[in-house]
Design a binder for this molecule. Structure first.
Ligand SMILES: Cc1ncc(COP(=O)(O)O)c(C=O)c1O
Length: 446
């Protein structure tokens, strides 16, 4: 494949943008990223005219793929043509809020913002205001955007900022515990319970592998939050409208959080975030409450149209059947390939996202072949070996993925997640042929 145009664009970009990109992970691909010219269905075409099956899918927002169906495209275009935004309320915001509150069990009211980061920042501020407490309990290996309260590393007794520029005093209000370990949360609550404003958790850890919760994990979080008077916040920026369909992951796991943060799919491919929950909490935002929250672009009409029409389209078509079916076929196919070529690796994912984790076991794999996406099933022969928390990926073969495997897949016309930690996403634009082509490439590249 010729990558001359991407190479030259990257060269120019390095002079005017840090690392040549506008979001750090985009610079991860070796030796340099492809620059995309356009998307088509489940594919993208790069600046050199190379066509790829695209499993990055915008990092999650593009549930329908790159070609938006006619009704979605028409709604977006007509909103854009009517003047892109007003800084005053418009009907489409009301319609979108009504749709979300009809479908997501815990959401009675919603505030739209412009990114997942903005949503989690506002959700933490809200929880602190409602409870009058400062601490936020998070999961190690979780990701909640580029925000001061959650960019931490360490453990419950010794947290420090994971980025330069964040004062140590911020990390002192954050309590990181290992995911899928109820005891660790109990211990943290015993010690800090009176100070914990909220537990902030991705229902499925999706930014460091895809790690499913063990049975009853979210129920336990719910109970502990109730016992100690803390709020439970589900960060559904990735899982929202992907895991559990229109009801989101909370409907899949049957647990109602107090507050939910959204992003990605809820904006249909345009910049978005949202904080939803019970009226008594969401009404604490200004102007009804005292928790300051505002944004010039919040509830942007074009974003609202894209998001609402995307979700309406999902409600009326076989979108979830299609994407979940293709992802299942991918996970099954990967399990077969891995059993043959890399039996120590783990196939993870559910619904319409998937990943092969380059796990590194201490010895030869115990148990039989990896199943179709790890569900933390204690009955599975590999239960003892599978990743239980995102941080287990620290031990994965990340260099092999980055330097050997991913570039080889790219040369075979398949774009996978930009590093070993992120997920791959299936869209309505993908086809069975894309799946088979991808599995064939895995066979050669592994
Ligand atoms: C679970 C989760 N929360 C929050 C965010 C931040 O969202 P954004 O990148 O829109 O700020 C992300 C981004 O990937 C995410 O995966």
């Amino acid at each position: 494949m010729n990558h001359e145009a991407s190479r030259s664009l990257y060269d120019r970009a390095l002079s005017v943008m840090p690392g040549g990109v506008n979001s750090a992970v985009r610079a991860a691909p070796q030796p340099y990223p492809v620059f995309v010219e356009r998307g088509e269905g489940g594919h993208v075409v790069d600046a050199d005219g190379n066509r790829y099956v695209d499993w990055i899918c915008g990092l999650g927002p593009l549930l329908l793929g790159h070609d938006t169906p006619e009704e979605v495209a028409a709604a977006v275009q007509s909103r854009a043509a009517e003047g892109p935004m007003y800084g005053m309320p418009s009907e489409i915001e009301v319609e979108h809020a009504e749709f979300v509150s009809r479908h997501v069990p815990s959401v009675e009211m919603i505030r739209f913002v412009n990114s997942g980061t903005e949503a989690t920042v506002s959700a933490c501020r809200l929880a602190r205001a409602v409870t009058g407490r400062d601490k936020v309990l998070v999961m190690q290996g979780g990701y909640h955007g580029a925000q001061e309260s959650t960019l931490v590393e360490g453990d419950a007794e010794d947290a420090s900022p994971s980025s330069a520029g964040i004062p140590q005093s911020f990390a002192e209000h954050t309590v990181p515990v290992p995911f899928n370990n109820v005891e660790a949360v109990e211990t943290a609550f015993e010690k800090h319970g009176d100070d914990i404003a909220c537990v902030l958790v991705e229902p499925v850890q999706a930014n460091m592998g895809i790690v499913y919760p063990v049975e009853g994990y979210h129920d336990a979080l719910r109970d502990l939050c109730d016992e100690y008077g803390s709020l439970l916040i589900f960060d559904e920026v990735i899982t929202g409208f992907r895991v559990g369909g229109l009801g989101c992951a909370q409907s899949e796991f049957g647990v109602e959080p107090d507050i939910t943060t959204f992003g990605k799919i809820i904006g249909g491919g345009f910049p978005v975030g949202a904080i939803g929950g019970k009226t008594e909490y969401i009404e604490q935002f200004t102007p009804t409450g005292e928790v300051f929250q505002a944004g010039t672009f919040s509830g942007h009409p074009v974003t609202m149209a894209a998001g609402l029409e995307t979700l309406k389209y999902c409600a009326e078509h076989d979108v979830y059947e299609h994407v979940n079916g293709l992802a299942e076929r991918l996970r099954e196919g990967l399990s077969e390939i891995v059993a043959d070529r890399a039996p120590g690796y783990t196939v993870v994912g559910s619904d319409s996202f998937f990943k092969l984790v380059f796990t590194r076991a201490d010895g030869p794999p115990q148990g039989g072949p990896c199943r179709n996406g790890c569900r933390q099933d204690p009955g599975c022969e590999r239960y003892g070996e599978c990743p239980k928390r995102g941080t287990d990926l620290d031990r994965a073969e990340t260099e092999r993925y980055a330097r050997l495997f991913r570039p080889e897949m790219r040369e075979r016309g398949i774009l996978l997640s930009q590093n070993q930690f992120e997920s791959n996403f299936v869209s309505y634009g993908h086809t069975e042929a894309d799946v088979e082509e991808t599995l064939e490439a895995y066979k050669h590249a592994l």
